[in-house]
Design a protein around this ligand. Sequence first.
Ligand SMILES: [Cu+2]
Length: 137
Amino acid sequence: MRTLIPGLALGVAVLLPAVAAAQAGHAKVKIAAPVKGATVSGPVKVVLQATGVEIVPATVERPGTGHHHLFVDHDLTPVDDTIPRGVTGIIHLGRGQTEFVLDSLKPGPHRVIAVVADWKHVPLKPLVVDTVRFTVK
Ligand SMILES: [Cu+2]
């Protein structure tokens, strides 16, 4: 049986310098879609772009990493506290996803806030956040 370990180890060795370089900068998140101020048809696909932080599943406990959260028509929760689960309008992308489809938005204006938080679901400091307002037809 062939072993995959040598290839895996090489991959990690190649990736680590890039991760270290990314951590040196100030982490940012941008909601690439929907575009700010846009009028869109539902379902609405939210696309997130993070720089300076590695987006990973919530199970990864490593500095310089985090996962996305969406606050959909919901105010930001206190930034020093854990982002709650099981709350309507607060979505943890805990598998490391960078896209999420909002399929039950009613027609009218909406606001989405994206926040990157660590494996404890506490927002990174300084805050890595972006906000978009848009209208569903
Ligand atoms: Cu979370």
